[in-house]
Design a protein around this ligand. Structure first.
Ligand code: C2O
Length: 352
């Protein structure tokens, strides 16, 4: 059977990955009519939202994005407002750090076939909330174009201290245009920038083409009601998704500004990743890889297993309304109202 939407009443304290309890509650507020939360209906739309590559946006876009994010941060004054910046980050914490129980076991959206659809829905609502806070129904999140040499560094707009999309809890090495190593789980190798970029394209070729010729390899292993969480991640979740998190967050075991020992905050731990605005930009590109992968051809298609298609999540929308959403309704991003501004995908010809 499919994984049902979490029972909000079962939500309890989350646990920091490889650490103690999260020192605050990540649980969302419980809607009044919990038993009658309806299935999501797509609002009518007139124009697609086109998500731009984050390294190539103009000043006007940056200003809008910062304004929307600062308004979202202001909503944190009401801790019950599900649209608030912290509440949105807590969505990730609740779904990924054991706050929800399904059938007596932890609900976990990573390391299984729920990875792509969960994050797609999560960004969908996050983007709509940002757009509604600036009255712009066409506002679209940026994507971190790390699969292209032009985007293989922290997008510059995120590296402006004091701006609303800045996060002080990043590894200092992400600053000033350092090239990211998409294959690294934390050990830095000394090599030239050109070599790192070349290696990155090779990683992309492997994860998108060589290692993911059929759906389960790309999406991740089946996760059904009654089975154990984290059966196994798909290719892109493993690399480069997780290395980008680790690369961006603080160094494990270092001291945070408040004296606490780092568990990778913010980007490098599930419970805190959503507190860095670049999280949603990173996941924009992860999500774009889903679309790109389907275009490569062969057997690269969405899964047809009913347990995947009928799995459900719970989200609040930009009007604070609660919804149940299904995997089957998120397979086509254009039908959801958004698409990606095209960028070249040089890894496609990068056979090792
Ligand atoms: Cu839900 Cu990039 O992690």
């Amino acid at each position: 059977a499919p994984i049902p939407a979490p029972d909000l009443k079962s939500c309890s304290r989350a646990t920091i990955t490889n650490g103690p309890e999260v020192p605050y509650s990540c649980c969302p507020s419980i809607p009044e009519d919990l038993d009658k939360v309806p299935y999501y209906k797509f609002p009518s739309m007139t124009k697609l939202r086109i998500r731009p590559p984050a390294h190539a946006v103009d000043e006007e876009y940056i200003a809008k994005y910062n304004l929307a994010t600062s308004r979202m941060r202001e909503l944190d004054k009401d801790p019950k407002d599900p649209r608030g910046f912290k509440q949105q980050a807590n969505v990730h914490c609740a779904y990924c750090n054991g706050a929800y129980k399904i059938d007596g076991k932890e609900l976990q959206v990573h390391e299984s076939w729920l990875f792509f659809p969960f994050h797609r829905w999560y960004l969908y609502f996050y983007e709509r909330i940002l757009g509604s806070l600036i009255d712009d129904p066409t506002f679209a999140l940026p994507y971190w174009n790390w699969d292209n040499p032009k985007g293989m560094r922290l997008p510059p707009m995120f590296d402006v201290p004091g701006s609303s999309i800045y996060d002080a809890r990043r590894n200092p090495h992400v600053r000033c245009g350092t090239i990211i190593d998409l294959g690294s789980y934390g050990n830095e190798t000394k090599t030239t920038e050109l070599q790192t970029m070349t290696n990155n394209l090779t990683h992309m070729y492997r994860q998108m083409i060589t290692n993911a010729p059929c759906p389960l390899l790309f999406f991740g292993k089946p996760y059904r009601l009654g089975t154990a969480p984290k059966p196994g991640a798909g290719t892109i979740e493993n690399i480069p998704h997780t290395p980008v998190h680790i690369w961006t967050g603080t160094v494990l075991g270092s001291k945070l500004e408040n004296g606490d020992t780092s568990f990778g905050e913010n980007m490098g731990n599930f419970y805190s990743a959503g507190l860095d605005p670049v999280f949603y930009c990173h996941h924009g590109n992860v999500d774009r890889m889903w679309n790109e992968w389907k275009q490569i051809g062969g057997k690269r298609r969405d899964l047809t297993d009913k347990d995947w298609l009928n799995s459900e999540f719970f989200f609040y929308d930009e009007n604070r309304n609660p919804w149940r959403v299904r995997v089957r309704d998120c397979l086509d991003s254009k039908k959801m109202g958004y698409d990606y501004a095209p960028m070249p995908t040089p890894w496609r010809n990068f056979k090792p």
